[in-house]
Design a binder for this molecule. Structure first.
Ligand code: C2E
Ligand code: CA
Ligand code: CA
Ligand code: CA
Length: 280
């Protein structure tokens, strides 16, 4: 018994060592990812539940490394946050969103399409963040009203005062602001009221059980009532079935995002989706 116990411990140590090695390798590779053109951005449509039109897209980072292949954001974003690389990567993503909006701005079909950009707390806490964001708006000449910044509820809870202060400035600059993964971060009503938000994004964990788990439906109803009281738009993420679309629509949720509508696609494919959506 002692023998096998030691074996298990050894196996565990080896697995942990493998994880650390991979993390260190990815961290080193990520430092060159931007300059080596390994990062790209995908677009996932956000669809109005009442009429099925595309109202915007969420920008999602992708990393394809020659040595490690395609690496999931769930794996590399935390590494980028820890090393601080998320700061330049996040600014690059925002600038790409602005350039895309500028090119779409010439088409009538895309005139009021928004792009949602994820922002990490690590970025928000940098004193250079606001001036860098202002510089990107200046360089690209894009209206911040077409850009929605998504911040997760849990990260907003980690630094409440700083979050209120920085979001208030971004709001004054003209950005739309969304609280992401809502329902998992334990924010109080008092705090929510202080955040200058436009949108609540209901975490996909609740949508997943919709149609099978009645307590998830109740939680979604509560979140929608709360959003209504605070006069916020609502987005359900991770919508995978037609039944979920129907239920969310009847509950009064505004927008849906998920595989039932579309996976995330390239910018070119996003344009095709827009042209299809606008020609019918
Ligand atoms: P998120 O912001 O919650 O993004 C939504 C995630 O749900 C995306 O995963 C998306 O592909 C996935 N998803 C969309 N529809 C469905 C569906 O119907 N079912 C299921 N099960 N999943 C769906 P992805 O692209 O792997 O991104 C994971 C996370 O990585 C994001 O979660 C976000 O926190 C982070 N991330 C992605 N891009 C960026 C970025 O540019 N900056 C920062 N800071 N974080 C990013
Ligand atoms: Ca998001
Ligand atoms: Ca989310
Ligand atoms: Ca176009």
């Amino acid at each position: 018994a002692k023998e096998s116990g030691r074996n298990r411990a050894e196996i565990f140590d080896a697995a942990l060592q493998d994880l650390r090695t991979r993390r260190a390798q990815l961290d080193a590779a990520l430092r060159f990812a931007l300059e080596r053109d390994e990062l790209s951005l995908n677009y996932q449509p956000k669809v109005a539940l009442d009429d099925g039109t595309i109202r915007g897209f969420e920008l999602l980072l992708r990393w394809n490394n020659p040595q490690h292949g395609e690496i999931a954001p769930q794996e590399f974003i935390p590494i980028a946050e820890e090393s601080g690389l998320i700061v330049p990567i996040g600014l690059w993503a925002l600038e790409q969103a602005c350039l895309q909006l500028r090119s779409w701005g010439r088409h009538r079909a895309t005139a009021d399409v928004t792009i949602a950009v994820n922002v990490s707390m690590r970025q928000l806490l940098q004193s250079s963040f606001l001036p860098e964001v202002a510089a990107i708006l200046d360089r690209t000449g894009v209206s911040p009203a077409a850009i929605e910044l998504e911040l997760t509820e849990s990260s907003a809870m980690a630094n409440p005062l700083q979050t209120i202060e920085t979001l208030s400035i971004l709001k004054k600059m003209g950005f739309r602001l969304a609280l992401d993964d809502f329902g998992t971060g334990y924010s109080s009503l008092a705090y929510l009221q202080k955040l200058p938000l436009d949108v609540l994004k209901i975490d996909k964990a609740f949508i997943h059980g919709l149609g099978t788990n009645s307590s998830d439906a109740e939680i979604i109803r509560l979140i929608l009532a709360l959003a209504h009281t605070l006069k916020l738009d609502t987005v359900a993420e991770g919508v995978e079935t037609a039944e979920q679309v129907m239920l969310l629509k009847h509950m009064g949720c505004h927008l849906g995002q998920g595989y039932t509508f579309s996976r995330s696609v390239t910018a070119r494919e996003a344009e095709q989706l827009l042209h299809l959506a606008s020609s019918t």
